[in-house]
Design a protein around this ligand. Structure first.
Ligand SMILES: [Zn+2]
Length: 614
C-alpha cells in the first residue's frame, strides 16, 4: 500500500522530478565502410532524490548481431515480425551493427564499464548526489547495420542511412528506478534534454531529421535562404544541428533526397525528404497540402505542436516517430502516405511531448495516436461524415477479446506473448480506452481532458494515472474503476437486455451485466411516433453523472447502478405497444464484446408481465 501511495505522490505535479541530459556529439561518417566515429560529451543532471553509483547506456546497434537477445526473440516468438524473421541470424561481419566504446571518462577520469548486449554498464568513480551533475566523455566507433528493423543502412526503398537508435544513449532513471531494458526491437524511454550534433559526411548527401540546422547557409541542400545556392567540393561537410527540449535525436542521409518545405500558417515549417520517382511524386506533392491543412486541426483539437519545424523523412521500414521528425516508407498511395504521416506526426503529442514510457504504456502512445489519427483522417477525407471514426479500433479489440488470447494492457511491451497481441492492445484497445471514456464522461469532457492532460504533462513523463486524473478533474466523475479494470485486467464489458415486459400503461425492462467489467448504461428507447428517450444509469462508483450529450433525445436520469448487482430493472412510463426499439448504447462507444443481446425490438414476442412488487 505504501508503495502505491508513493507512486502516486511521485507523479503528483508538485513533487514530480525528472533527470536531464545535455548531449554534444561530433560524428564522422565514412560512407564507404558504413562506419562512423563519435565523440560524445554528456552532461547528466541527477534531479532525483537518490544517490546514483551506476549509470547505464543503450547501445542499440548491438542488437543487430547473430545471437543477440533481439535475434533469439525473433527466432522463438510465435508470430515473428516479417521484417526481422531470421535475418539477424544471417548478418555477415560487414552487415552487423555495433558500438565499440573506445574511451569513457566521468568528470575527466577514466571510469569502469562493461558492455552487456545492448546495455553499457558504468560503475561511477564518484557517486552523483541528488541535485548534482556529472560530465561523461566518450569516444566510440560504430558500424551501421544493414537495415533490419527501424534503423540501419540501405532500406528496402534504397535510402542509405536511417539513423535512429544510433548513438550511445543514457538510460532513463525515474521514480521507478533505472530503465536499462535490453533492446529487442520494441519501445523507447529517454531523458529530456538538449542535443547539439555535428555530423561530417560526404558532401553529396542530404540530411533530414530532428533539430534545427545551425549552418544552413554553408550547407545548402534545400536549407539555405531562398535564392542562394551553395557549391561544395569533394571534401566532407559538417552539418550542425541543435534540438532543445527533446528526448531523442534521429537523422537520415541519402544522396538522392529531394528536400521540399511547406509552411503551416502560424507554424511549424514542414520539411519533406524523399527520393522522387514517377510513381510517388504526385502523392508526396499532395501530402504537403494535406499536412498544411491537417496541422492547424491537430493543434486546435489536441493542443499546440511546440517546435518550429517537423520533418517527414523517407526511410526506416514503415513508420516510426522521433522528436521533430519521422521515418516513413515513401512508395505508397496518397491515402496510405497521408495516413502514416498523420499517425507519425501525432506521436509528437503522444510520446514526443507527452513522453510516456513506451515499454510500460505502449497503449498511451500508439493507442492515443491511433485515436487522434482516426479523427483527423476522417476530417481530411470525409469531412461531412458523422460516422464513428473509431470503429476499426473496436473491431480489432473485439477480435482479440473474443479470441480468448487477450493479455492486459499493463503487459510490458517487450513481453507480450505474440506480436499480434501487442499490436492489437497497443493500437486498438488503447484507442478504445479513450473513445469509450467519451461514452463514460461525455465526448466534450473527454476531449477537454485530453487537451488538459497535454498541457499539464508536456515535456514530462506522464503515466496512466496522470491521464485518468485529468479526466476525473474535468468531469467530476471518479474513474479509478475504469483504469483498474479496463487497463489492469482483461475483464470485458457485456451488458444485455434480459427481457422486456408489458406492465399495463408502463413497460418493464430488465438489464443484465454479464461481463465482469462494469459500465454506466445509456438505454435508448425509440417510440413508434419517432421520438427517442435515453434512460441513463450511471454507476454508483462514479459519484457523478455525465452531461447530456444528445440534444435530440430527452434523457431520463435513473438511480445509479451499484455494480455488484447483476441486474437492474426499470420502468418506462409508456406502454410496450408504443415502443419500436430498445437498445443499450446504439452509439457503439461502449466496448460491449457481445452486442447481439443489446437490442429489443417490436418483432420480439410480447410476454404479459405481472409485477410482484405492485
Ligand atoms: Zn505509432
Amino acid at each position: 500500500m505504501a508503495g502505491a501511495l508513493l507512486d502516486l505522490q511521485a507523479q503528483d505535479g508538485e513533487t514530480y522530478w525528472q533527470q536531464r541530459a545535455e548531449y554534444e556529439m561530433e560524428i564522422e561518417m565514412d560512407v564507404s565502410t558504413n562506419r562512423f566515429t563519435g565523440e560524445q560529451k554528456l552532461t547528466y543532471y541527477n534531479n532525483s532524490p537518490d544517490t546514483l553509483d551506476r549509470v547505464f547506456y543503450h547501445l542499440y546497434f548491438n542488437a543487430f548481431q547473430p545471437g543477440s537477445m533481439m535475434d533469439v526473440r525473433s527466432l522463438t516468438i510465435e508470430d515473428p515480425d516479417r521484417r526481422v524473421g531470421d535475418r539477424i541470424s544471417k548478418l555477415t561481419p560487414e552487415e552487423i551493427g555495433y558500438h565499440h566504446i573506445l574511451t569513457l571518462e566521468q568528470d575527466g577520469k577514466e571510469v569502469s564499464h562493461k558492455i552487456s548486449g545492448t546495455i553499457l554498464e558504468v560503475w561511477l568513480n564518484e557517486p552523483i548526489l541528488p541535485g548534482e551533475k556529472s560530465e561523461f566523455s566518450m569516444t566510440f566507433e560504430s558500424q551501421v547495420p544493414l537495415q533490419i528493423r527501424r534503423s540501419g543502412r540501405d532500406n528496402a526503398e534504397g535510402i542509405e542511412y536511417s539513423m535512429s537508435q544510433w548513438y550511445p544513449k543514457m538510460a532513463e532513471y525515474d521514480y521507478r528506478g533505472w530503465h536499462a531494458n535490453p533492446y529487442i526491437g520494441r519501445e523507447f524511454h529517454g531523458i529530456w534534454g538538449d542535443f547539439d550534433v555535428k555530423i561530417t559526411i560526404d558532401p553529396t548527401y542530404t540530411i533530414g531529421g530532428t533539430g534545427i540546422l545551425q549552418n544552413a547557409n554553408k550547407i545548402g541542400h534545400g536549407y539555405q535562404d531562398e535564392g542562394k545556392t551553395v557549391e561544395h567540393g569533394s571534401d566532407p561537410i559538417t552539418w550542425h544541428f541543435v534540438a532543445e527540449n527533446v528526448h531523442d535525436f534521429m537523422w537520415a542521409a541519402d544522396p538522392d533526397y529531394t528536400h521540399e518545405t511547406a509552411q503551416v500558417p502560424g507554424g511549424p515549417l514542414l520539411r519533406f525528404f524523399y527520393q522522387k520517382n514517377d510513381e510517388n511524386q504526385e502523392a508526396w506533392a499532395q501530402l504537403q497540402d494535406y499536412m498544411v491543412q491537417a496541422v492547424p486541426f491537430m493543434n486546435k483539437t489536441f493542443g499546440e505542436y511546440p517546435y518550429e519545424s517537423y520533418a517527414f523523412v523517407q526511410g526506416g521500414d514503415g513508420g516510426m516517430e522521433y522528436p521533430m521528425a519521422t521515418l516513413i516508407t515513401g512508395n505508397r498511395n496518397l491515402r496510405s502516405l497521408v495516413g502514416v504521416a498523420v499517425h507519425e506526426m501525432f506521436h509528437s503529442w503522444y510520446q514526443g511531448v507527452l513522453a510516456t514510457n513506451e515499454s510500460l504504456y505502449p497503449w498511451m502512445d500508439e493507442g492515443f495516436t491511433s485515436f487522434a489519427s482516426s479523427i483527423t483522417m476522417q476530417h481530411l477525407f470525409q469531412p461531412e461524415s458523422d460516422a464513428f471514426p473509431h470503429s476499426g479500433s473496436y473491431r480489432g479489440y473485439y477480435f482479440m477479446a473474443n479470441s480468448g488470447d487477450e493479455e492486459p494492457l499493463t503487459t510490458h511491451s517487450d513481453m507480450y506473448h505474440s506480436n499480434r497481441s501487442y499490436g492489437i492492445n497497443a493500437y486498438s484497445k488503447g484507442a478504445v480506452f479513450l473513445a469509450q471514456l467519451g461514452y463514460v464522461i461525455g465526448e466534450e469532457n473527454m476531449m477537454k481532458g485530453l487537451r488538459q492532460y497535454y498541457n499539464k504533462w508536456k515535456f514530462r513523463h506522464p503515466t496512466d494515472v496522470d491521464v485518468i486524473r485529468e479526466m476525473e478533474k474535468v468531469s467530476g466523475i471518479e474513474l479509478d474503476w475504469y483504469l483498474t479494470n479496463f487497463v489492469y485486467t482483461t475483464d470485458q464489458v457485456d451488458y444485455a437486455i434480459e427481457y422486456v415486459r408489458s406492465a399495463g400503461e408502463e413497460t418493464f425492462v430488465q438489464l443484465q451485466r454479464i461481463g465482469e467489467m462494469m459500465m454506466p448504461i445509456d438505454l435508448y428507447v425509440e417510440y413508434n411516433d419517432g421520438t427517442t428517450e435515453i434512460y441513463y444509469m450511471p454507476l454508483r462508483i462514479m459519484r457523478g453523472e455525465k452531461p447530456v450529450e444528445n440534444e435530440e433525445a430527452s434523457r431520463v436520469n435513473m438511480p445509479a447502478w451499484p455494480w455488484t448487482y447483476p441486474t437492474y430493472g426499470l420502468r418506462i412510463s409508456r406502454p410496450l405497444s408504443e415502443i419500436a426499439r430498445i437498445e443499450i448504447d446504439p452509439t457503439g462507444r461502449m466496448a460491449d464484446t457481445d452486442r447481439s443481446n443489446n437490442v429489443y425490438d417490436n418483432t420480439v414476442e410480447i410476454i404479459p408481465f405481472t409485477d410482484p412488487t405492485r
